[in-house]
Design a protein around this ligand. Structure first.
Ligand code: IPM
Ligand code: MN
Length: 330
């Protein structure tokens, strides 16, 4: 049966890279039944829709969502990001953001292979807080971070389960327990309790600032990294930068309980400066599609696509897509 995929090309380079991802999946012989959803900056400017509850309900009927990128200079920062991307993460309960990093960091000889599991529905992203006396010298802004035992535990549990499928079986918690003592204590205790259920799995803890050094200087120490929403956001850009560049970084926003569709997107943004010029590297979108195929039980096609992406070279968006598609067909 064909997989029913909702495609949200989105803004900037999003539609271009997404088209290549679909081309490659079809070349791999995967049967897809795709529906385009025109959402993003252009749609918002035209008729005000970012992501209505009706559209969200339509999305629930799909097996998965493939997203290009969101955000455009024509709309104030955050409007589309929160209204579309974060709304899907929250409303579809996509509580794991899985971001794999395979590559050779600058100054290293051997490739590293680790994956960051970023909590995706809590932390500072929930928008708790507010502003008082705006625009006055006495303005007050607060921005809270929400951490629930349930939310932290399900994310950490996912990280440990993932580690069971990898040969090193090692999980590192990254946080800032020395300063964010309330949230840090919840994360650390939950981590220790879950870890006790996996006695064969190695564990470590790094403060997030130290992790930034290790990502660059010693990425080989990592296998599975689990961390909160904001630390994960920042660390995964760094992960991309040390793994061949952000043009290769893929991600899966997962609802592991499968109560609805999961969503797959490159880590990179909409890059409006190069949009529509056939210049963007589509590899991150193609690798995100491979993560989608893994989740849909098409691991054979996913593996073939991943190896076809190795050294796919440079060139235009469509050239790189064609190269990968041709290799997948062989
Ligand atoms: C990401 C992005 C988003 C985030 C933005 C666009 C809201 O940076 O997926 O990493 O902060 O999560
Ligand atoms: Mn980010």
């Amino acid at each position: 049966m064909a997989h029913k995929i909702a495609v949200i090309g989105g803004d900037g380079i999003g539609p271009e890279v997404t088209a290549e991802a679909i081309k490659v999946m079809e070349a791999a012989g995967v049967e897809l039944d795709t529906t385009d959803f025109e959402l993003g900056g252009a749609r918002y400017l035209r008729d005000g829709e970012i992501l209505s509850d009706e559209t969200l309900d339509e999305l629930r009927a799909y097996d998965a969502i493939l997203l290009g990128a969101v955000g455009t200079p024509d709309v104030p920062p955050g409007v589309i990001e929160r209204g579309l991307l974060l709304k899907m993460r929250f409303e579809l309960d996509l509580y794991v953001n899985q971001r794999p990093f395979v590559g050779t960091a600058p100054g290293h000889d051997e490739a590293h292979d680790f994956v960051v599991i970023r909590e995706n529905t809590e932390g500072p992203y929930v928008g708790e807080g507010g502003v008082l006396r705006k625009g006055t010298p006495n303005e007050v802004a607060t921005q809270g971070s929400v951490n629930t035992r349930m939310g932290v535990e399900r994310c950490i549990r996912y990280a440990f389960e993932l580690a069971q499928t990898r040969h090193r079986k090692h999980v590192t918690l990254v946080h800032k327990t020395n300063v964010l003592t309330f949230a840090g204590d919840l994360w650390q205790r939950t981590f220790d309790e879950v870890a006790a259920e996996y006695p064969d799995t190695g564990i470590a803890y790094n403060h997030v600032d130290a992790a930034c050094i290790y990502f660059v200087q010693d990425p080989h120490r990592y296998d599975v990294v689990v961390t909160d929403n904001l630390f994960g956001d920042i660390l995964t850009d760094l992960g991309g930068a040390v793994s061949g560049g952000i043009g290769l970084a893929s991600s899966a926003n997962l609802n592991p309980s499968r109560t609805g569709p999961s969503m797959f997107e490159p880590v990179h943004g909409s890059a409006p400066d190069i949009a529509g010029k056939n210049l963007a590297n589509p590899t991150a979108a193609v690798l995100s599609a491979a993560l989608m195929l893994d989740f849909l039980g098409e691991s054979d096609a996913a593996t073939r696509i991943r190896s076809a992406c190795d050294d796919a070279g440079s060139g235009s968006t469509t050239d790189i897509g064609d190269t990968i598609a041709a290799r997948v067909r062989d």
